[in-house]
Design a binder for this molecule. Structure first.
Ligand SMILES: [Zn+2]
Length: 227
C-alpha cells in the first residue's frame, strides 16, 4: 500500500502530475501495480490526507500539485473575521478541556505561572497597553498546567491566528476597531480561581464563558458587515 502511495507522491512532487491533472483510474493503478483495489484506495486516501490529491465525484482523482498541499492552519488570514471566528470555535473546544485538566493536574509552580500571567494582563490594561500578548501567556500557562504537552503545542501552532490584529477588515471595507473585552480581568480571575480550587467543572464552565464572550464579540462585528 505505502509503496503505491510513495510512488504516486514522488510523481506528484516531481511534477509528473501537475495541479488539476487526473491520476490514473483505480483500475489502471490496480493493474499497473498488481494489487487489489482496496490497496489502491487506501493509498489514494493517504495522499488525500496529505492534500496532494482530491477526489472529484464521478470523475476521478486529481493532483492538487505540490504547491497546493497546504499544511493545516497555514491559510489562516487573521484580517478576515471569518477566519478568526473559525479558529476561535476550534480553540474554544480544546481550551475548555485544557482548563478542566489544569484544575485537576496543576502543580504549585504552574499555579504560580497562572497567577503571574494573570497579573500581567491586569497590569497591561492599567498601563493602557494592549493585553493581547499577556492574554495569550495566561492561556498558555493554563494549557501547560493541563500537563498534556499537546495542549501547549497546539496553542503554539495556531498562535499566529489567535492573536487578532488591532483592526479586522470587512471584505474590502474599512478597518473596524477590535472591541476589547471589558471584563477580561474578572473572567480570567474566575478561571484562575477554579483551577487553584481544583474544581474541574467550574474551570471548564468559566473558560467556556470567557471564550464564548469573545466569540460573541467577533460574531457581532461579523454581523456588522460580512467579511
Ligand atoms: Zn483570555
Amino acid at each position: 500500500m505505502t509503496q503505491i502511495a510513495e510512488s504516486l507522491r514522488a510523481q506528484i512532487e516531481a511534477g509528473r502530475y501537475k495541479a488539476g491533472d487526473r491520476l490514473p483510474s483505480e483500475r489502471e493503478l490496480t493493474e499497473a501495480h498488481s494489487v487489489s483495489r482496496t490497496v489502491v484506495r487506501e493509498a489514494l486516501a493517504l495522499l488525500r490526507v496529505d492534500g496532494l490529491v482530491e477526489a472529484r465525484k464521478g470523475s476521478g482523482v486529481y493532483a492538487t500539485g505540490p504547491g497546493r498541499a497546504a499544511k493545516p492552519f497555514e491559510d489562516i488570514d487573521t484580517e478576515r473575521l471569518s477566519s478568526v471566528i473559525e479558529l476561535f470555535e476550534l480553540r474554544s473546544a480544546f481550551e475548555i478541556r485544557a482548563a478542566g485538566l489544569a484544575a485537576i493536574r496543576r502543580s504549585a509552580d504552574q499555579i504560580d505561572a497562572i497567577e503571574r500571567t494573570h497579573e500581567a494582563v491586569a497590569r497591561a490594561i492599567e498601563d493602557g497597553v494592549s493585553p493581547r500578548e499577556a492574554d495569550f501567556a495566561f492561556h498558555e500557562a493554563i494549557a501547560l498546567a493541563s500537563n498534556n504537552r499537546r495542549f501547549p503545542e497546539f496553542l503554539a501552532l495556531i498562535r499566529p491566528g489567535i492573536i487578532p490584529r488591532v483592526e479586522l477588515r470587512s471584505g474590502g471595507g474599512p478597518p473596524r476597531p477590535y472591541t476589547p473585552n471589558p471584563d477580561l480581568v474578572t473572567e480570567h480571575a474566575a478561571i484562575a480561581n477554579a483551577i487553584i480550587d481544583g474544581d474541574r467543572d467550574a474551570a471548564e464552565a468559566r473558560m467556556e464563558a470567557h471564550l464564548e464572550g469573545s466569540l460573541e464579540r467577533y460574531r457581532n462585528l461579523w454581523r456588522g458587515g460580512a467579511s
